[in-house]
Design a protein around this ligand. Structure first.
Ligand code: NAP
Length: 307
């Protein structure tokens, strides 16, 4: 157990990085494991306008990098590795297996976030990287002066539709209902943007093309009328699902796969905490994820004091 960490945090989004900062400042030996890139989903967000302290907004990428720098300044270690399983050997011995080896900790904070949902229609997989994208901020600039589509009616889709108008000649926003889920202020911006054409009550049937996307087959769910849009790209922004496959036998999950936790971020398993979008009833906001991370870290610290 000499190599054991006090805390291992799984996931490097706002929840994990905030937990990391709190644990490191508490002088706990803390490791954060991240499978892809730190910053979490916000790195794909063009502008975060509702994180307190940034009255003019801040790019999601910059906010993520600032959180990482702040945590590392206090000694947080970060290893890029994908977790495959967890073995809860005893109260103060948790083994985390990854593609980079195994790590041991006295406590865990699971903050693995959520991943993009897919449309699961013909052509979606085939055209990933050739017109199908899950990140308008990353790929929007490739489609300068071309017509593109974005699917979804939540904050992500609507914010990204607005961002895409900087490049595209026209943005079709395809939503399966006739009312957006996105917050009102974002809706107002999109509805008044002349480059965005709303395609209501509509689902995507197939994405077609040759070397790259050419046609988007869509269907109106009220009239059943099928039509084709000529677009160069389809951005899929239809929500998220939690990354909990590796903990399903350790902690309790709801039917959607989200981790059930109390207000202390306790999962019900001694020494295992959670934080952020991966937990049930998260409001899925950066500020809330950061708050969860702080709560989880402070309660992990208290747990370790009893060891
Ligand atoms: P979301 O709020 O869950 O919205 C997903 C959208 O996709 C909904 O409009 C949903 O339609 C639609 N959808 C789901 N499955 C679909 C399918 N199979 N086919 C077609 N449409 C489908 O997800 P999100 O927009 O990614 O946002 C996630 C969270 O992050 C939210 O809490 C959001 O507020 C937050 N967020 C905040 C900001 C910000 O504060 N600036 C920016 C981005 C995201 P229905 O409406 O019919 O269910």
């Amino acid at each position: 157990m000499s190599d054991a960490y006090d805390v291992i945090i799984i996931g490097g989004g706002p929840a994990g990085l905030t937990a990391g900062m709190y644990c490191a400042r508490a002088r706990l030996k803390t490791l954060l494991l991240e499978k892809a890139f730190t910053g979490g989903q916000i790195v794909n967000t063009e502008r975060v306008e509702n994180y307190p302290g940034f009255p003019d907004g801040i790019s999601g990428f910059d906010l993520g990098m600032l959180m990482q720098q702040q945590a590392q300044k206090y000694g947080l270690q970060i290893v890029y590795a994908e977790v495959s399983s967890i073995n809860n050997k005893s109260n103060y011995e948790k083994i985390v297996d990854t593609n980079e080896g195994s790590f041991v900790a006295k406590s865990l904070i699971i903050a693995g976030g959520a991943e993009h949902n897919h449309l699961d229609v013909p052509g979606e997989q085939e055209f990933v990287g050739r017109g199908v994208s899950y990140c308008a901020t990353c790929d929007g600039a490739f489609y300068k002066d071309q017509d593109v589509a974005i699917v979804g009616g939540g904050d992500s889709a609507v914010v990204e539709a607005i961002a895409l108008t900087r490049f595209a000649s026209k943005v079709y926003l395809i939503h399966r209902r006739d009312a957006l889920r996105a917050s009102k202020i974002v809706q107002e911006q999109a509805l008044s943007n002349p480059k965005i054409e709303f395609v209501w009550d509509t689902v995507v049937l197939a994405i077609e093309g040759d070397a790259k996307i050419e046609d988007l087959k869509i269907s109106n769910v009220k009239t059943q009328k099928q039509t084709t849009l000529k677009v160069a790209a389809v951005f899929v922004s239809v929500g998220l699902h939690p990354n909990t496959a590796f903990v399903k036998d350790i902690v309790s999950l709801d039917k959607g796969g989200y981790i059930i936790a109390n207000e202390k971020m306790e999962t019900g398993v001694d020494g295992i905490y959670t934080a952020g979008d991966i937990r049930l009833n998260s409001v899925r906001q950066v500020i809330a994820a950061a708050g969860d991370g702080a709560t989880a870290a402070l309660n992990a610290e208290r747990y370790l004091l009893e060891s």
